[in-house]
Design a protein. Structure first.
Length: 126
């Protein structure tokens, strides 16, 4: 497991901006939770946010849950994998069309499965 992955997924930390190779990832494919491999995002919904974190305009339907996060001075909306509870990132209302949302991700919290490759079997959880 890459250093920091557990802390991000299960302790809610955030990786430094510009540290994830997934920020510049341009291949077509499916982004899966790094903990349980549940598909969370499609590459078709990836956007260049300029923030230093991989970002998307929307998750796959029914794949993430949200909750309020008060770790900073102002409240944010944190989202997590609906299957294993892994912390994936935060959602903001400053994204591009069509949703106006920016689902900002920790790159260590996910992996890409390039188009044409088989999705891995789900692990752990239920």
């Amino acid at each position: 497991m890459p250093p920091g992955r557990y802390r991000i997924l299960f302790e809610g930390t955030t990786e430094p901006p510009w540290s994830s190779p997934l920020d510049g990832e341009r291949r077509d494919g499916t982004y899966v939770c790094a903990a349980c491999f549940l598909p969370l995002f499609a590459s078709a919904n990836k956007c260049a946010s300029g923030t230093g974190w991989p970002s998307f305009t929307r998750p796959l339907p029914g794949r993430v849950g949200t909750k309020a996060d008060y770790k900073l001075i102002w409240p944010r909306t944190e989202y997590h994998c609906i299957r294993c509870g892994g912390h994936e990132g935060h959602v903001f209302d400053d994204g591009p069309p069509p949703t106006g949302q920016r689902w900002c991700n920790n790159g260590l919290a996910r992996e890409i499965v390039p188009e044409g490759e088989e999705l891995p079997a789900l692990r752990g959880g239920s």
